[in-house]
Design a protein. Structure first.
Length: 542
């Protein structure tokens, strides 16, 4: 048993040695984590109507703002690059990182206190479409999340940042699975007795477990936290990287809050429709874009520190093309298979057919920008690796302005329903990525634009042809062969159509001589190597 536990620890805390294996680990764990995330949403739609879920999802808005400022703002732009910078000087590393952690925790508690007190004033402003009774519920739920969930999530993500800086990815991906599983179980067992407070209990319990499961990282990386240390020099360096990113995060959070505000004005259940469609679109984005972007940050940071700009150009171009190769066909699939996808993930007893159709249509408009949204995470982290957080901030602010103006125009002038918010997002994120690519091209003095454009055309052509053959097959199977009233048959329908679509896409990509197709072969080899390594470790037990 001792050998088994030791070998398990080796696997969980294994350091990755290249971007491909890191991205593969992250993508694999994201799939599992997102599965439990969608299981959470599916469970919620069994016990609650879309109108009730409006209250639940809206209550996360305030805590999400604080979380994104402290984690998305600080972790990727400043915490990880600074950790890598000082990782070979243990004493200096511990003093500097402890100073940053102490500052972040002070900021966290100031945020919590301020927003807790001001919730009565803030919530009615950002949710004008809800009734006074619903607003009072959202205020109560928001305060519970601020106190019970937020501190543990922030601490857990600080540990995740330390792990990622050390190229340890498995344990940081396991933690969200535990978080989601806690919500699923408490929803099942407590919802009928405690209403929405049931899943809220799971949110708090899940956040606590999210933190606890990552605590061993401190001992694995041999980091000694110093609670009373404050170093002005590193905080100045931290602020220099952190502040532009914070402003960028704030603009994004304002944009998301405007989406909540406008959704609340579009009728009961509209915010749940928007929320579900947005999170479905985020699944392939996180699987490909976030995984590669997250995995590339430590490596690009090291290359920039060593001034290896040729390698940076090559890595950036290769992975940008690989993101496009994977996400362009997914974009087409999410458009033509939108309804069975929504039915499979959110087809709970209390999620009605109107909500399904609205979510499916909203998803299809989100899916149009799926490749650009995926690229966004690679390009932004590439800027962070070069210690440039200002450029993404200015571009993101411009993008948010476009999104906000378009959303207001669609809702108040054209009187369009909730799916119009997805159109404005797709337009704005595409503009955002275009400008980021242009500025990064200038920053690193060029990359292979001709190759990117040429291969992108091939990806779109292969995806379009594959979709043209797959959609009629889906309509033939749906109803005539498979009775999709049952969820299991919806699953079989998606598996059959997706398999046919992917095989046809790969065949056409091979005919078009797309070199990115050989990345799949590398991934298969890498999977085989990792499987062999795990088997070798565990055979030692016997």
């Amino acid at each position: 048993m001792e050998k088994f536990l030791n070998n398990t620890k080796k696997i969980i805390f294994l350091k990755q040695k290249n971007i491909l294996s890191s991205a593969l680990i992250l993508a694999s764990m994201i799939v599992i984590s997102r599965f439990f995330g969608f299981l959470r949403y599916r469970t919620l739609t069994i016990f609650f109507s879309k109108e009730e879920l409006d209250l639940f999802f809206a209550s996360f808005r305030l805590s999400d703002i604080v979380f994104e400022i402290l984690i998305s703002g600080a972790l990727t732009s400043a915490f990880i690059p600074i950790f890598i910078k000082y990782e070979k000087r243990q004493e200096e590393l511990e003093n500097n990182i402890s100073s940053i952690i102490n500052f972040m925790m002070l900021g966290l508690f100031l945020f919590i206190f301020t927003i807790f007190v001001a919730a009565n004033f803030i919530i009615p402003i950002i949710t004008p479409g809800f009734s006074p009774k619903d607003i009072s519920y959202i205020i109560t739920f928001s305060r519970i999340l601020l106190i019970g969930q937020l501190p543990f999530l922030v601490l857990g993500n600080i540990l995740s940042g330390m792990a990622q800086a050390n190229k340890i990815f498995i344990i940081t991906a396991v933690a969200p699975i535990i978080y989601n599983l806690a919500i699923v179980l408490t929803t099942i067992f407590f919802s009928q007795s405690f209403w929405i407070y049931g899943p809220l209990i799971g949110v708090i319990l899940g956040a606590l477990l999210f933190f606890i499961i990552q605590l061993p990282l401190i001992f694995i990386i041999n980091f000694h936290y110093r609670p009373f240390t404050i170093k002005k020099s590193v905080l100045i360096e931290f602020f220099r990287l952190f502040l532009p990113r914070v402003f960028s995060v704030i603009t994004t959070q304002i944009d998301l809050t405007i989406d909540l505000t406008l959704s609340s004005l579009l009728g009961p259940g509209s915010y749940t429709v928007f929320f579900f469609a947005q999170h479905l679109q985020l699944f392939p984005v996180s699987l490909v874009g976030m995984a590669i972007g997250q995995a590339s940050l430590p490596y690009l940071s090291e290359l920039y520190k060593e001034e290896k700009f040729i390698e940076i150009k090559k890595i950036f171009t290769d992975f940008l093309l690989q993101i496009l190769f994977l996400t362009i066909p997914l974009s087409f699939f999410f458009v033509f298979a939108r309804t069975p996808i929504v039915r499979f993930f959110f087809g709970g007893e209390k999620f009605d057919w109107e909500g399904t159709n609205q979510t499916a249509l909203t998803l299809s408009y989100f899916a149009l920008s799926l490749p650009f949204h995926s690229i966004f995470y690679l390009i932004v982290r590439s800027f962070y690796a070069t210690h440039d957080t200002k450029t993404p901030f200015f571009v993101n602010s411009f993008s948010v302005l476009i999104n906000t103006l378009l959303s207001l125009f669609f809702v108040f002038v054209l009187k369009l329903p909730v799916w119009s918010l997805a159109i404005s997002f797709s337009i704005s994120i595409s503009v955002n990525v275009f400008f980021l690519l242009w500025f990064f091209y200038k920053k690193i003095t060029g990359f292979q634009v001709d190759r990117i454009l040429k291969n992108s055309v091939k990806f779109y052509f292969a995806s379009f042809v594959s979709a043209c053959f797959s959609y009629p097959l889906m309509k033939l199977l749906d109803g005539l062969i498979l009775n999709t009233v049952r969820t299991i048959n919806v699953f079989f329908l998606l598996v059959i159509i997706f398999s046919f679509f992917v095989l046809l896409y790969l065949f056409l990509a091979w005919l078009l001589n797309v070199e990115e197709i050989y990345v799949l072969a590398k991934l298969l080899i890498k999977i085989k190597e990792m499987k062999k390594k795990i088997i070798e470790v565990y055979t030692e037990v016997s």
